[in-house]
Design a protein around this ligand. Sequence first.
Ligand SMILES: [Zn+2]
Length: 91
Amino acid sequence: MGATFDLFTEPGATPVCSRAGCSSTASWRVNWRNPRIHAEDRVKIWAACDEHRDFLADYLRSRSFPVRVTGIDDDVENLDDTSARVAGDGR
Ligand SMILES: [Zn+2]
């Protein structure tokens, strides 16, 4: 396991893309969770620039992790195991 890179440790700090080697300002959050090691209410966040948003999300989806991409200021409280689920099902 291991924290790959946890972002937003300092509220108000300018988020930078999580992609290794990229120092672009992030405008997206990639919210994800590893169901094997994280509790259901746990949400890990990577920040992503426009260029790497899909790369990071696909990377996680390829591991069958629940993933949801949101705007950089949007909070996600939890993630469904079914990543294909449409948001806003009233749960
Ligand atoms: Zn990037």
